[in-house]
Design a protein around this ligand. Structure first.
Ligand code: CA
Length: 486
C-alpha cells in the first residue's frame, strides 16, 4: 500500500502543472517545479529500450515458443504489456524521429531512412525539432544514448547535439556485429532480397570520437548501458538504449546459437540467437537496476521500432498481417511494455491503442516538464491511463503514412481503414479480425468515408518528405566476406 501511495504521488506531483514554464532553458537549480518536489523519489529515472525489427510474435511474453526470452518476459511480468502498442512508422528512422520528438514525423518531413553521409545536411532529424533528450536535460536529467542513432550523419544531427550528454554507438542504420572497420574502409551491407545498401560499416562513436569495439556488438551495447546506469546511479537519468538487434546482418555467437539449436531453419535460428543476446542485455540492465536499488524509481519502456521483416529474417508477426514496411498491423503493432516496479500493477495488460509518440510525451510529463512546442506534439502522457486513473482512451484516432502518402492507415476505436499504393481502400474491425483478412468496405461505406475524412484532415498538416531512402543498387557490388562466427 505504501508503494502504491508513493507511486501515485510520483505521477501526480507537478504533472501538468509546470508544463511550459519549465523548458525555458532554466538551470535545474532554478527550476520552479524542482523546488516543490525535488526528490529522487518524485521524478523517476527513465530507460527506453528499443529493439530493431523485432517480430510481434518473437518474444515469450507475446506467445513465442521457440525463442527463449526469460529476461524480457520478466520485465513484462513486472509491468504492463500494451497489447495495442503501435509505432508511428513501419520502418527504422521515421519511427525514431517520432520517438525523439513526440510528433508524427510526417509533420516535419522525416518520412524515409537517411543514407549515411556526413555531408548530407538534409537527411536527418530536422534541427527545428526538439527532442525528448533536450527536454529532460533541461529538467536536470543526465541524458545518455547507447546504440543505433539513424537520425542523420551530418554533425548537426549527432546525438550529442540533440540533447544527449553521452553517446556510444552506431550513427547509421546497421552494423557488423563482430567487427568495425578501420577508418576509411567503406564497404556496404546489402539488405537481403532487396539489394539496397544498408549501411557503411563505420567505426562506432563515443560521443563524437570514433571508437572500435571488441566482442559482439549487442553485448557491447548492453555493457555500455550498464556502465551508464552505474555511473549515474546517484543522479536522475534518462537512457535511450537502441539496440540494432535483431536487424540484419544476421550474425550470432555460437553460445546463443546453441540455445536455439532446436530451430531447424538456419535463418530463423540466427535471428533467434540475436534475440537471445538482446534478452541477455535487457536482463543485465534490469539486474543492475535491482542491485542498485533503482528498480522502483525507474520507468522502463520496451518496444520494437517496427514489425519483423518476415521474408528477410524469418521473423514472425503472427497473428498479424504484413511485415516491416507495411501499414497492415504486422508493420506497426509491436511488442510494447512499460514497467515501473511497485507503481504500475505487475503482470497486467493495457488494451487501448497507444503509440510510440507517447513514450517521449510520458517521459516529459514524468520529469514534470514539457516539450516547448506543446500543444503541437501528438504523443500523450499514458501514465495516468496505465495506472487506471484515467479510463478514457489516450487517443481518439491514430494515423500512419508512408512514401509521402503512397500508403496510409487510420485507426479509430476498433475500425481501421488503410490504403496501399493504388490498391482499393481496405476496412477492418480489429477486435474480430486482428489478421485483417476480411475487408468490410462494401458493408460499411459510411465508415470508409468517416475514416478517410479523418485521414485527409490529419494529412493536411503534413509536408512532403524532405529526403528519400537509399535506392536499390544499380549494379551488384562485390560481396564482402562474412565475418567469422564467434
Ligand atoms: Ca527497424
Amino acid at each position: 500500500m505504501m508503494q502504491e501511495s508513493r507511486g501515485m504521488s510520483r505521477t501526480r506531483v507537478g504533472v501538468g502543472t509546470c508544463l511550459a514554464v519549465i523548458f525555458a532553458a532554466l538551470p535545474a537549480s532554478l527550476d520552479p517545479c524542482l523546488g516543490l518536489a525535488d526528490s529522487p523519489q518524485v521524478k523517476p529515472n527513465m530507460i527506453v529500450i528499443l529493439a530493431d525489427d523485432l517480430g510481434y510474435a518473437d518474444v515469450g511474453f507475446q506467445g513465442c515458443r521457440d525463442i527463449p526470452t526469460p529476461n524480457l518476459d520478466r520485465l513484462a511480468a513486472e509491468g504492463v504489456r500494451c497489447t495495442n502498442g503501435y509505432v508511428s512508422h513501419p520502418f527504422c528512422s521515421p519511427t525514431r524521429a517520432g520517438l525523439m520528438t513526440a510528433r508524427y514525423q510526417q509533420r516535419f518531413g522525416h518520412e524515409n531512412n537517411p543514407r549515411y553521409d556526413p555531408k548530407d545536411n538534409v537527411a536527418g532529424l530536422p534541427t527545428s525539432q526538439h527532442t525528448v533528450a533536450e527536454v529532460l536535460a533541461a529538467a536536470g536529467y543526465v541524458t545518455g544514448a547507447v546504440g543505433k542513432w539513424h537520425l542523420g550523419a551530418a554533425p548537426q544531427f549527432h546525438p550529442n547535439r540533440r540533447g544527449f550528454q553521452e553517446y556510444f554507438g552506431l550513427i547509421g542504420g546497421g552494423h557488423d556485429y563482430f567487427r568495425c572497420n578501420p577508418p576509411g574502409e567503406t564497404n556496404e551491407y546489402l539488405i537481403p532480397l532487396r539489394r539496397i545498401p544498408l549501411q557503411r560499416n563505420e567505426p562506432l562513436q563515443r560521443n563524437e570520437v570514433e571508437e572500435c569495439f571488441e566482442g559482439y556488438l549487442t553485448d557491447v551495447l548492453s555493457k555500455e548501458a550498464v556502465s551508464f546506469i552505474e555511473r549515474h546511479q546517484k543522479e536522475r537519468f534518462f537512457l535511450y538504449l537502441a539496440y540494432n538487434a535483431p536487424h540484419t546482418p544476421l550474425q550470432a555467437t555460437d553460445e546463443r546459437l546453441s540455445r536455439v539449436a532446436h530451430i531447424e531453419d538456419p535463418v530463423r535460428k540466427t535471428y533467434a540467437a540475436m534475440i537471445c543476446a538482446l534478452d541477455d542485455g535487457v536482463g543485465k540492465v534490469w539486474e543492475t537496476l535491482q542491485n542498485l536499488g533503482l528498480a522502483e524509481n525507474t520507468v522502463v519502456f520496451f518496444l520494437s521500432d517496427n514489425g519483423g521483416p518476415t521474408e528477410v529474417t524469418h521473423s514472425s508477426n503472427s497473428p498479424l498481417r504484413g511485415a516491416k514496411g507495411s501499414v497492415y498491423e504486422g508493420g506497426i503493432r509491436v511488442p510494447f511494455v512499460v514497467t515501473w516496479k511497485g507503481v504500475l500493477a505487475s503482470g497486467t495488460t493495457y488494451d487501448l491503442p497507444i503509440i510510440s509518440l507517447d513514450v517521449p510525451a510520458t517521459a516529459a510529463a514524468l520529469a514534470e516538464s514539457a516539450f516547448p512546442d506543446e500543444p503541437g506534439i501528438d504523443g500523450v502522457n499514458i501514465m495516468p491511463h496505465l495506472l487506471g486513473e484515467d479510463s478514457a482512451p489516450p487517443h481518439d484516432t491514430l494515423f500512419w503514412r508512408t512514401g509521402g502518402g503512397a500508403s496510409w492507415a487510420v485507426r479509430r476505436g476498433e475500425w481501421k481503414l488503410l490504403r496501399r499504393g493504388q490498391s482499393p481502400a481496405e476496412l477492418y474491425r480489429l477486435d474480430t479480425d486482428i489478421g485483417e483478412s476480411r475487408s468490410l468496405t462494401a458493408a460499411h461505406p459510411e465508415k470508409v468515408e468517416e475514416l478517410r475524412a479523418l485521414y485527409e484532415s490529419w494529412n493536411r498538416d503534413n509536408i512532403a518528405p524532405l529526403f528519400e531512402s537509399p535506392r536499390p543498387a544499380k549494379k551488384k557490388p562485390s560481396p564482402r566476406p562474412a565475418a567469422p562466427a564467434k
